[in-house]
Design a protein around this ligand. Sequence first.
Ligand SMILES: Cc1cc2nc3c(=O)[nH]c(=O)nc-3n(C[C@H](O)[C@H](O)[C@H](O)COP(=O)(O)O)c2cc1C
Length: 189
Amino acid sequence: MPSRFLFLLASARQGGNTELLARRAAAALPPSAEQRWLRLADVPLEPFADLRHGGGGYAMPTGHGRTLLDATLWATDLVMAAPTYWYGLPAPAKLYLDHWSGWLRVPGVDFEARMAGKALWTITVNADDPGDDSGSALLVETLRRSARYLGMRAPGALVGHGNRPGEVLRDAAALAAADRLFREELLAG
Ligand SMILES: Cc1cc2nc3c(=O)[nH]c(=O)nc-3n(C[C@H](O)[C@H](O)[C@H](O)COP(=O)(O)O)c2cc1C
């Protein structure tokens, strides 16, 4: 079955470093791999309400929530392309993950079973010097553990470096890693 890659762009600006790095990585995908790109700022989610232990539970989302749920279920591979903000995920990316907690409990969706086995990839950029990825360790670990919680795979995390838009294109190691990111997995699969 051909792979279906959903790229979720979580930056608060367009054309930034994380998007550049994600597009570089995506260029290595074979034509058979479908790609869909969503900018989380274009599909803003409602504040998350914790209804797990009362409040009537969760209904099927509507509007942007439904768009994101459907795209998430469609994908075989989710790519969180999120700049590092305060060592962690930007708010829209975190909110998207929070909504997973609701989607897990929407009757009839079977979210947990349908997420199991999908891949969750991480692409992030921080403003530290090239080679020093430690400032994004919490972000990478958040996504790795979230994937594990849902029985997903976390085959790769790519950390690039740059501050002003375009600066990541000077991080030669990150560009080389972007070229390899999906290739090895697809060859193996
Ligand atoms: C709200 C905010 C928080 C940030 N926090 C960090 C941080 O914790 N560590 C870091 O190295 N850079 C931090 N940065 C810098 C961004 O990671 C950096 O500019 C990156 O290139 C932005 O990616 P983008 O161009 O894809 O938006 C922060 C930037 C913003 C706007």
